[in-house]
Design a protein around this ligand. Structure first.
Ligand SMILES: [Zn+2]
Length: 398
């Protein structure tokens, strides 16, 4: 059994220890010490990192009462000096103690039990057994938790005997075993926990609930504590200040300014679309003037060098709205496309015409007798393909 120095003093960062065992694991060398202040992953809290002598500790886990330190290099021998990554550990202590406080407030205010806790690399979550938390409720939880932070309440961890547990009014039942380690936030919370915590709620720093979402019939609260909450505030403040500056408004008027921009953008888009349609109608009228007459059939053939396919198709639709018209349109880029269309009463098969064109010039396509489209041929072949299709129509009609 490894002696857990972090139970006695979670603020201990350096220690001397003797290597008791080492073995080669899947992730590298693992060593067990007679004593350690490295916290092994568990209870929602990730493991510590740091150094054992010259070797780096990448991960720490517990197995049958023994704490194993997973190293990135070769294991040292005998006695070593070890050090934990204090910035990482203190961050975990802030998030973890903040979790105790939020869970206690959720229980006290809403009667909501915390079912699980996860301390992530970016943010942490608790899952409450209560659904339908409003924004106002979340703000009230956040305010109360921060009030308890500012009240600077002592946090203590100690071991209690099994006989004492029934009298203790623990927030959640202990798992099992003979002795139970409890963490007490005086007058606020008492719960069994084997993690590491700060010594006063003041050291948690700011607590910010970032999101509340439905999760498995309850609510998942995402939150940040301490330095994480401050860093989050810093980048968001910078982002909002920059946006407000760029839009020349006060930061409190930013949402309204963005709504105005969105409305303006919507209107501009509608106007551009309207203008584009008007232009296509005019273009269609001009193309009608250039129609070739084969008896009573009006044939309009036009190849564009580079035009969006949807626009070419739209233009074709406008042209064949005029009775007695066949429109053979094409674009060479961004991808070669052919559109063969006719007015509803014209008795010619556009799909068949397209089939003959692609058989001769390459590519493929399909459609209906009144409207067919194709592609896949060489762009350079398109003008010849259109001219050939016009010739086919001429001979078919005469
Ligand atoms: Zn805890």
């Amino acid at each position: 059994m490894t002696v857990r120095l972090y139970f006695e003093d979670p603020y201990l960062q350096r220690f001397e220890a003797r290597i008791e065992a080492s073995r080669e694991g899947e992730a590298g060398w693992e060593v067990a010490l007679d004593r350690t202040c490295f916290y092994p992953e568990g209870g929602g809290q990730p493991s510590d990192r740091g150094t054992l002598g010259e070797a780096r500790v990448a991960h720490v886990y517990e197995q049958d009462g023994q704490i194993w330190h997973v190293l990135t290099g070769a294991p040292p021998d005998g006695s070593i000096s070890a050090q934990i990554d204090w910035e990482r550990r203190f961050d975990h202590m802030q998030q973890h103690t903040g979790q105790h406080l939020l869970s206690a407030v959720a229980l006290g205010r809403l009667g909501a039990q915390t079912l699980s806790f996860h301390l992530g690399a970016e943010s942490s979550t608790i899952d409450l057994d209560l659904a339908g938390l409003t924004d106002d409720t979340c703000h009230a939880l956040e305010d109360e938790a921060n009030r308890l932070v500012m009240a600077s309440i002592p946090v203590r961890a100690y071991v209690v005997e099994p006989d004492d547990i029934p009298r203790l009014n623990l927030r959640k039942p202990p798992t099992k075993g003979e002795q139970t380690r409890v963490v007490e936030i005086s007058g606020v919370d008492l719960s069994p926990c084997g993690g590491t915590h700060v010594r006063s709620t003041a050291e948690i720093g700011l607590i910010k609930v970032r999101r509340a979402e439905r999760y498995k019939g309850g609510t998942r609260l995402e939150f940040l504590c301490g330095w994480r909450a401050l860093r989050d505030y810093q980048w968001k403040h910078a982002a909002i200040s920059q946006l407000a500056r760029e839009l020349s408004v006060a930061d409190r008027d930013l949402i309204e300014a963005v709504h105005r921009l969105q409305a303006f953008e919507r209107e501009a888009r509608q106007e551009a679309e309207h203008a584009r349609r008007e232009l296509l109608i005019r273009e269609a009228a001009a193309l009608q003037q250039e129609a070739q007459l084969f008896g009573s059939l009006r044939v309009i053939a036009r190849s564009f060098a580079d035009r969006p396919a949807a626009e070419v198709k739209h233009l074709g639709g406008l042209l064949v709205a005029e009775p007695g018209t066949v429109a053979l349109l094409a674009t060479q880029a961004p991808a070669p496309r052919l559109f063969f269309l006719r007015s509803p009463e014209v008795e010619l098969d556009m799909r068949e015409l397209l089939r003959r064109v692609t058989a001769r010039f390459g590519g493929g396509g399909g459609g209906r007798p009144e409207a067919a489209e194709g592609g896949g041929m060489a762009a350079a072949a398109i003008p010849d393909a259109l001219a050939w299709a016009v010739g086919q129509l001429r001979s078919e009609v005469s």
